[in-house]
Design a protein around this ligand. Sequence first.
Ligand SMILES: Nc1nc2c(ncn2[C@@H]2O[C@H](COP(=O)(O)OP(=O)(O)OP(=O)(O)O)[C@@H](O)[C@H]2O)c(=O)[nH]1
Ligand SMILES: [Mg+2]
Length: 550
Amino acid sequence: MFADRRGRVVDLVVGDAHTVAMMDHDIRRGTRRLAGVRCIHTHPGDSPYLSDVDLSALRQLHLDCMAVIAAADPHCGSAAYLSPGSDHAIESIGPLSYEKLCAFPWQEMVRRYEKRISSVDTTATGAEQERAFLIGLEDSVAGEERPLEELAQLAEAAGAVVVGQMTQRLERPDRATYLGSGKIRELTLALQVTRADLLIVDEELLPAQQRRLENLTGIRVVDRTALILDIFAGRARTREGKLQVELAQLHYLLPRLTGQGQALSRLGGGIGTRGPGETKLETDRRHLRRRMRDLEGELNHVRHHRERLRHSRQRLDLPLISMVGYTNAGKSTLSNLLVSRFAPFGGTSPAGEDKLFATLDPTTRRIRLLAERDVLLSDTVGFIRKLPHSLVRAFRATLEEIVAADLLLHIVDASHPAAVEQMRTVEAVLAEIGAGEKPILTVLNKIDRLQPGGIDALLRPPDPWVALSAYTGEGVDGLLEKIARLLPDDRVTIDVLIPYDEGKQIHHLYQIGVVRELTHEVEGVRVRADVPKAYVASLPGRQMTVPEKY
Ligand SMILES: Nc1nc2c(ncn2[C@@H]2O[C@H](COP(=O)(O)OP(=O)(O)OP(=O)(O)O)[C@@H](O)[C@H]2O)c(=O)[nH]1
Ligand SMILES: [Mg+2]
């Protein structure tokens, strides 16, 4: 039964054990006020306790109050309301006798809630956003308190609003329906109550599981892999990035095509449908395969191009440092800080952002360490737990940057509750792409967020490591010192006379080394500079003296 604030009954709804339609007309919508309606109901089996479904309906419909009563003896019930004190919290009382329930100052709670909320600037959930409901298994992350938190962040990064979630403790997913059948009944009810239009599953599903879940729930089902691919598709900016994402999406799609009808029914916009684009319209497998071959061909081009770039960089003989790490660990923020402080010619770097997979395309910048040594620093795509295999494969060209580095900086968000697990994930991906044996300097970031007393003993990073905050800059000098120590210094100081008609050489010296002194003489320009040893060997027989350091 739904009643308004004057106690008038505005609607009555009857359901069975699995479904109940919620009243949906005449409910005031908006985030700044409550609905002005309370719901009082009974449960099959007469339980006087509120269920999860009750609580999410309260939250979703912004009801003044959600109450359940037991009709049998003893007459009692429970009720819950949105907390006037804090966002997203629910307060509940009971089971209590009817008298005590009625004596509770409900109207006062409603008044206080609306007073607070009207002073807070809440962003209303846009009508065009998809309403996602998340499901996962509880032991999927051993011991984590909120197992679906990362999935929720991913869903938001893809543009959905999360309206509810449900987990089940299972050893392994049900082969047919992912969750157990009892849980699925509970799920369909919760989906109705929250009016979800998208179900997101925290794991890669078998094609048959996905179809069955769609049939059972009646809404679109997207798995973790499709969700990540979708975010990548939305973020890719460069041609290379777009090619790689499309290839990964097609790899994912191919085994999931059961025929034209199925492919077409997936169209219609939204998460998991963004992506390979028009090609999907005419998908038949043959067509898909041809497109994949084309993409692979184009990516090979890209790869060769990158290789050439790498060679020309190697001619500069600057050591390459690649930053790797879990998504959102702070790679871009640190890169930004280093570039703004230490770029020899000034420079900018893309800003870090508090969203997953903010960076997709690698960017490489030059920075100058202590003792005036220049290195190249490259910021790359972040890793994540259960990184789709198709992505790792498709992003080979990007990941090769990592493999080619002289030193890896592994950035870890030391303030994250799952920091240890994230570290392991990154190490596993590095091994998978063939970078497991590279020299690695572990950087525990975000120490400004840690309680005094510090770094979680469990973190125990492998040596060598440093701790810093890319935010405040604390510890960054220590990082530079460590880097300098880890990169073998193979530079020498040269003294060379460059004829006036070979001005280009001087420019080249600036590129590859640090010029200490320039004097104009009769035959040319005398330059004293620190340069890589390899450069000396490649010099044409020109009058040159190399000070004793060589
Ligand atoms: N408090 C604090 N926040 C930080 C620090 N470093 C980064 N952040 C924040 O963490 C968030 C993620 O930073 P990014 O630099 O975008 O992380 P990323 O590793 O590049 O992430 P992806 O590109 O998504 O892989 C941003 O909101 C940063 O402001 C730090 O030292 N302290
Ligand atoms: Mg980044």
